[in-house]
Structure formats: C-alpha cells, structure tokens
Design a binder for this molecule. Structure first.
Ligand SMILES: [Ca+2]
Ligand SMILES: [Ca+2]
Length: 97
C-alpha cells in the first residue's frame, strides 16, 4: 500500500491522506464472479483515543452500518463477468503423390 504522505503520518484537523492498494485477481476471485473489498483506517486522536473507520461504497445505497457508528460501511463489490470464448483454426497440407 502506498500513501501520500508516506506512513506513518500525523494529520492536523481538516487534513487528509490518500492511500492506494492493489490486488492481483486470482482464479478463486474469477470463479466467485465478484471481488469485494473494504479499506479500514485506524489512528489515535491527540488525547490517545483509538479511532477507526471502514470504507463505504457510495454507489451502494444499502448503507449498512454493522458497527452502528452512524457511518455506512458497504463493501465495494466489483463484478468480474466471465468472457468465455473458443477459437478454432484449421489448415490443410496437400502432399505430393
Ligand atoms: Ca454506501
Ligand atoms: Ca459504520
């Protein structure tokens, strides 16, 4: 995972950080037909209170809030549609008699 600013970092009120992570799809992911992920951020407030939050997919209007903190935590589900195909190539060779 890469973050700007680089981890570990301190944020002043109103500041934000941006992090990017990647996942290489596996056959299991493809067989499932979807890939679901959630990003979680954790930190400590200036008075040493642990704070954490899970990401929410804004396109998912379910807005489930399993931890009842008032912020939705819908996972981001990416469909992985199958695209089966088959190709056949035929050729011939004429042999001299
Ligand atoms: Ca949502
Ligand atoms: Ca929540």
């Amino acid at each position: 995972m890469m973050c700007t600013p680089a981890e570990p970092f301190m944020l002043a009120p109103g500041q934000s950080a941006s992090c990017t992570a990647s996942h290489t799809l596996t056959q299991v992911d493809l067989d499932a037909g979807t890939y679901s992920n959630v990003a979680t951020a954790s930190g400590v407030s200036p008075n040493n209170t642990p704070v954490t939050d899970a990401s929410d997919d804004p396109d998912d209007l379910t807005n489930a809030d399993p931890n009842n903190d008032g912020n939705p935590d819908d996972p981001t589900v990416t469909p992985l549609p199958e695209a089966p195909s088959l190709s056949v190539l035929k050729s011939r060779t004429i042999l001299p008699i």
